[in-house]
Design a binder for this molecule. Structure first.
Ligand code: NCD
Ligand code: ZN
Length: 346
């Protein structure tokens, strides 16, 4: 049997949700990842150090017995965020801050309307050495949803990166050739995460033969030329691109709905989905850098010391998982076959 052993990976973009949901989501991620950057888009959002640390405690309480999984906390930037909030967050051990343009995605109504008004906050983050994580889409109603990432780069991201050359910026869950190119050409302080769904799928997988709500996420899947560009960039082994699943659980009835929620719940098969991509590309030797090295290197954190092993063994992603209250949820890639399987959890 073929197998590959990697340094233990981390997930640099993830949604755990809160309360009862944590009993489902935390073990799913702790199965394989030693750390994860935890998104702050709860209802209401996590906007200060105190809330982030209280949320961290709820996550720690949901870890499986014996798990050393370490959540890395983030603040949700709003029009009210101040430089003092940043200083307090840094002192409390918050890892990064997330910028959502208002209305861009799930639970982003409280987010930022005029991004330039936040420049004093970015200044404070630059000074504190705190990375800025960006959901890079404009939200103007007249801009086509397939163009929102590209236009965000030109109108918002480029000016931020120029104004703050010392600020670490992660362009989250990139979906376009333009984003891959922007990050490739930017300075060493700019990186990107890439999800399994944007490497495995394109918009045909969302729309051809009937709408597939479980493939709906934001930023929305793009045409296959963009998928191809993302695949090329991970196959190149460029350290500016690293693993961030954007695993984002929603109950089945909220996805299979006349107004379906955006988000793919990939945690139970995350590393296996990426292994599938790297295997398809013939670059399994590049998986470890993407999954386990480039993320901690960019964040200035130690790489993990343990290892995981994936074995070449076909298995089917479950059709359903049940939430702790019994509500069904459909995982990403439900019912489909994957060729690599995590041998043993941490
Ligand atoms: C995320 C969610 O459900 O919280 N949804 C998604 O489609 N990715 C929000 C986000 O990361 O944009
Ligand atoms: Zn996300």
């Amino acid at each position: 049997m073929q197998s590959i052993t990697l340094r233990t990976p981390d997930d640099w973009h993830l949604h755990f949700r809160d309360d009862d949901m944590l009993a489902e989501t935390v073990p799913a991620t702790a199965r394989c990842f030693a750390r994860a950057i935890v998104m702050p888009n709860l209802v209401p959002p996590v906007v200060n150090a105190e809330q982030a640390m209280a949320y961290r405690q709820r996550i720690l309480a949901a870890r499986p017995v014996g798990s050393q999984f370490e959540p890395l906390m983030t603040l949700y930037l709003t029009n009210q965020t101040s430089p003092q909030d940043i200083a307090q967050a840094k002192a409390a051990g918050v890892t990064a801050c997330k910028l959502y343009p208002a209305g861009a995605t799930t639970n982003s109504d409280a987010a930022v309307t005029g991004i330039s008004a936040l420049y004093p906050v970015f200044e404070a983050m630059q000074k504190a050495g705190m990375p800025l994580l960006i959901h890079g889409e404009v939200t103007d109603s007249h801009i086509d949803i397939f163009d929102r990432e590209k236009i965000f780069i030109e109108t918002q991201l480029q000016p931020i990166v120029e104004a703050f050359p010392g600020l670490s910026v992660v362009f989250e869950h990139i979906t376009t050739a333009e984003a891959a190119q922007f990050v490739t050409q930017a300075g060493a302080n700019v990186a990107a995460t890439i999800t399994p769904q944007h490497l495995l799928l394109n918009r045909n997988d969302l729309l051809v033969g009937g709408v597939k709500p479980h493939n709906y996420c934001l930023p929305v899947l793009k045409r296959n030329t963009h998928q191809q560009a993302l695949r090329e960039v991970v196959a190149s082994g460029n350290p500016k691109f690293f693993l961030g699943t954007d695993s984002a659980p929603h109950a089945r009835h909220k996805k299979e709905n006349a107004c379906g929620c955006a988000g793919c719940y990939s945690a139970w098969s995350a590393i296996e989905l990426y292994a599938e991509v790297f295997d398809q590309l013939g670059v399994l030797d590049k998986l470890e850098g993407f999954a386990s090295h480039y993320g901690p290197d960019f964040y200035g954190l130690e790489r993990n010391t343990g290892t995981i092993t994936l074995v070449k063994s076909s298995w089917q992603v479950p059709e359903l998982v049940a939430l702790p209250d019994g509500t069904p949820m459909v995982p990403f890639f439900a019912g489909q076959t994957l060729n690599w399987k995590l041998e043993a959890s941490l």
